[in-house]
Ligand binder design. Structure first.
Ligand code: NDP
Length: 277
């Protein structure tokens, strides 16, 4: 039987992960199967234990998505340093002794998409990130590792942004505030709120995007998000959705499981064609 992998969430039928990982497997000649697994809202841990017990004799792994990333973090016996600090796990695998290990690849996915696919430079850039939820917490460390001049976290609930800025202060120059308190202009604005899911735009002060600055929404879909439309109206140098981040986080999970990093460009194109965006 092929090695078994899956993405666990609830709901999960919409997930693009099986499409992405099957393309990676084909491209790299790996014999694996990748499915969706809908865990009951009150039965996540049991679903994970059952999955790994069924794959006792062969390599296996899981991606974890909404709403279980924090529960995966709590149940993993071992965590990578970046997962420990992110407070969330999107990748589970077993070590040689059979212990369940957790990692987070969302942040690496975002930074790889920005640097390698989009040709961005984060070094010495002024970066504004919107939101202070799980997604933003997971990307702060990899962004700060690129040595931006400044990273400002702005959130509807300002105290959460301030807390995040404190938690990651050792990694670089960062501040947390409410949207109305954002000052100055930025080379790159990243939307990591879930406002786009509700068809809303975070209330940004006028003039926060530098002329020619870039806008990146972690969301993706068939239509541009309100934030992406706003970016076009501000005459942003580039407006980018989160599809590349999705594929790059998957590529990093695949590397952790299989020891080989797939090429992502053709896969991004294929998923985009399927989305119709
Ligand atoms: P969370 O629920 O953890 O956090 C949501 C954040 O959005 C909070 O900061 C919240 O503010 C803010 N928010 C919600 N509604 C609004 C609004 N109407 N206006 C302004 N701010 C708002 O979500 P996640 O962090 O897990 O996910 C955030 C986004 O990132 C989602 O759109 C998700 O799809 C995307 N994502 C994309 C990935 C990819 O691979 N491309 C990977 C992971 C996430 P407050 O604190 O005030 O409530």
């Amino acid at each position: 039987m092929s090695d078994q992998y899956a993405v666990v969430g609830n709901p999960i039928s919409h997930s693009k992960s099986p499409l992405i990982h099957r393309m990676f497997a084909q491209q790299t000649g790996q014999d694996l199967d990748y499915q969706t697994l809908e865990a009951p809202l009150d039965g996540f841990e049991q679903a994970i234990l059952t999955f790994f017990a069924q794959q006792a004799d062969q390599p296996a792994g899981l991606n974890i998505t909404v709403p279980f990333k924090q529960q995966a973090w709590e149940m993993a016996a071992q965590l990578s340093g970046r997962a420990q600090r992110a407070g969330a796990v999107n990748t589970l695998y077993r070590d040689e002794s059979g212990q369940i290990c957790g990692d987070t690849t969302d942040g690496v996915g975002l930074v790889r998409d920005l640097l390698e696919n989009q040709g961005a430079t984060l070094k010495d850039a002024r970066v504004l990130i919107l939101g202070a939820g799980g997604a933003v917490r997971g990307v702060l460390e990899p962004i700060l590792e690129q040595s931006p001049a400044l990273l400002v976290i702005a959130n509807r609930t300002a105290s959460k942004a301030e807390q995040l800025a404190q938690d990651f202060a050792e990694f670089g120059e960062l501040r947390g505030c409410g949207f109305a308190e954002v000052e100055g202009q930025f080379d790159l604005i990243i939307n990591g709120t879930s406002a786009s899911l509700q068809g809303e735009l975070p209330p940004l002060p006028a003039g926060v995007l530098k002329p020619g600055g870039w806008c990146y929404d972690m969301m993706y879909g068939a239509e541009p998000t309100p934030f992406m439309v706003w970016g076009e109206q501000q005459e942003a140098g580039r407006v980018i959705d989160g599809l590349g981040m999705l594929v790059e986080q998957a590529a990093e999970s695949f590397r952790i499981w299989r020891g080989v990093r797939p090429q992502s460009a053709a896969v991004i194109d294929a998923v985009r064609a399927q989305l119709g965006s």
